[in-house]
Structures are given as structure tokens and as C-alpha cells.
Design a protein. Structure first.
Length: 284
């Protein structure tokens, strides 16, 4: 690969990447970690402010041999490429079983004003979502449903938490994401941009099936999803144009956050694309 193997976990480069596990370091350096071939592939293709998002790549010899085109693309994009031992990857990676590729990336979030200026038709808003795995999974669902953007409020988990990045399975690189925006500003800004704001809550006075039957779901819509344990506070529900529940037709007590988000986002996407086609669904 043209560079010496980074044998020691005490290498300055390795230490710098390892520190990105901490939120305060990520915020200061505006860098985060993306692990695995799928995330690295998306990072290589993505650009932030005209620059390549991927700045550095650590790869074991085995991974470099398995993904030569990906390593070459990273180098062509200007990333520093290092051959690393499995021990080094274990130090940099945040997973128990690293996949042999770890990338260091620039922050890629978008200003909230840019999102509203683009006149989006479908937006997912995460308000007080604290679990990084859930945040990443909702982002993935929004991407799959064809949403135009995702917004994480100032009370939500860090977008660049390694678990959130992994759970997005590359979707963090696919659509605009705004972070750290007060929920009141989110709702007012999206409403001014022409979106109907719906709060998803199990105690909602309106039913998703009823909304679909009434033909109200085809308009530009923002869905607000709340905390995994206690949902949305009353003051947040009061900001929305309507509070909508996903109906439970069987005996299940409730749906988890990511599942409910997927149902809501796909309901809106289906209503908005009623006369168009869609791609087939695959599971992984």
C-alpha cells in the first residue's frame, strides 16, 4: 500500500484516531470515525464543503487485499492510507470484531437554514432521542423512505457517536442532517417551509390509518419522534399540527422507536408517491 505498517498502538496517528471515541474531542476536531467497508465506501464518495469527507484510512493487509478498489479510491480522494495490524485496528475501532477498515471523516452536518431553504417534502426530527443505535437506525429508515433530511434537536444524542454512525449503515452520508437545533426552532422553521408537522406518539388523538384514509398524508410532512422511554413531552406535542399514533392491531404493548419511525415515514412516502414507483426492499 506504499506506507509502513503501523505496528504500535502508541503511534501518534493511532492515538489521534482513538481519541475520536470521545464526544468532546470529536466536537473540537470536527472529525469522526466510520467503520467497515460500507461506511468507508460512502465516505469516499461523499464531499463536505467541496473537500473529500474521508481524510484518513486504516486498513489491515487482509482488508486491503479484499477491497483494493476501495483503498485505491480512498487514496485518489486524498485520504492518508495506512496499513495497520489487527492490534492497531482493535485500538481504533469501536467494535468487538473490527472489519479491517476504519476511516477518519470530516463532520458533514448541514445548517438547518439550508435544509428549510431546499423546501423538503419529508423530514424526520429526533427530539430527545438518547440512544445512538436508535438515532442511526431512524436515519437509515429516513434514507430508505426517501426523506429529504433529518434533524437532531439539541437534546438528542451526538450524530457522530460511533454506534449511531454504524447503525446508519452508511446513510449518514446520503442525506442532509442538521444537529443541535432547539425543537421550537425546528418546528417553526419547517412549518414556515411549508411542511405539516406531525408528532408521533402512542397516546396521539389521531390514528395513522385514519390520516391515510382521509388523504391528509400526501402533503409535505415533518415527523417528530421522541425519547425511547417516555416519548414526547407535552410542550413538544403542543408545537405540532397533530399528534398521531401508530395503531396496534395485535396484542403487542407498543412499537420501539425505530419501528414506529419506519412505519410513519413510509406511510408519508407512500402517500406522497402514490402515482410513482419505488425500489424493491432488501433486508440486512
Amino acid at each position: 500500500m506504499g506506507t509502513p505498517e503501523l505496528i504500535s498502538p502508541r503511534s501518534p496517528r493511532v492515538a489521534a484516531a482513538r481519541r475520536l471515541a470521545r464526544r468532546n474531542v470529536r466536537s473540537k476536531e470536527r472529525r469522526f470515525i466510520a467503520e467497515g467497508p460500507q461506511a468507508v465506501r460512502e465516505a469516499v464518495a461523499h464531499r463536505t464543503g467541496g473537500e473529500a469527507t474521508l481524510t484518513e484510512l486504516f486498513a489491515t493487509a487482509e482488508a486491503a487485499e479484499r477491497y483494493p478498489d476501495l483503498v485505491a479510491a480512498a487514496r485518489a480522494a486524498g485520504a492518508r492510507v495506512h496499513t495497520a495490524s489487527a492490534e492497531v485496528l482493535g485500538e481504533v475501532s469501536q467494535t468487538v470484531t473490527p472489519q479491517g477498515l476504519v476511516g477518519v471523516c470530516r463532520f458533514l452536518d448541514s445548517p438547518f437554514g439550508e435544509i428549510t431553504a431546499a423546501r423538503p417534502r419529508l423530514v424526520a426530527v429526533l427530539a430527545n432521542v438518547r440512544d445512538p443505535g436508535n438515532a442511526g437506525t431512524v436515519l437509515r429508515c429516513a434514507d430508505a423512505a426517501g426523506a429529504d433530511a433529518v434533524v437532531l434537536t439539541d437534546a438528542s444524542v451526538d450524530l457522530y457517536n460511533p454506534k449511531a454512525v454504524r447503525a446508519s449503515v452508511g446513510s449518514v452520508f446520503h442525506l442532509p442532517v442538521a444537529v443541535g437545533v432547539p425543537v421550537e426552532r425546528v418546528v417553526s422553521g419547517l412549518r414556515e417551509a411549508g411542511l405539516r408537522v406531525l408528532a408521533a406518539d402512542g397516546a396521539g388523538e389521531r390514528d395513522l390509518d385514519g390520516e391515510l384514509d382521509a388523504g391528509t398524508m400526501g402533503t409535505p410532512t415533518a415527523w417528530v419522534f421522541g425519547n425511547e422511554a417516555w416519548g414526547l413531552p407535552e410542550e413538544t406535542r403542543a408545537l405540532a399540527d397533530a399528534v398521531v399514533r401508530v395503531p396496534i392491531h395485535g396484542k403487542a404493548e407498543s412499537l420501539n422507536l425505530a419501528t414506529a419511525a419506519a412505519v410513519c415515514l413510509y406511510a408519508s412516502a407512500r402517500a406522497q408517491r402514490a402515482s410513482g414507483g419505488c425500489r424493491s426492499v432488501t433486508f440486512s
